[in-house]
Design a protein around this ligand. Sequence first.
Ligand SMILES: [Zn+2]
Length: 99
Amino acid sequence: MAVIALRTCIGCRGIFPKKALLRFVCHLDLQLRSDETGKVPGRGAYVCESQSCVTKAFKSHKRINSLLRTNLSRESVMQFKQELLHTVSQDSARGKGHQ
Ligand SMILES: [Zn+2]
């Protein structure tokens, strides 16, 4: 029997199957990167594939730093936010979003 892994979206705090969410990790404590395979080592967090959840999740870089227990600059966090927003808008253009 398959177990469905559930994770919390850091934007809306909703709980969803892991596969419906985007994972990102803080790679080597230096930079954020998205993890499409779910296998990148490092401290990670999940967010819905929706612009509103990404926006809420990345409201402040301090929030991301405390969630991932890291100390990234505001610039690098905000840059990654833009990347994620771009990814999410491409996905919804293909009708893949779940919201
Ligand atoms: Zn969400």
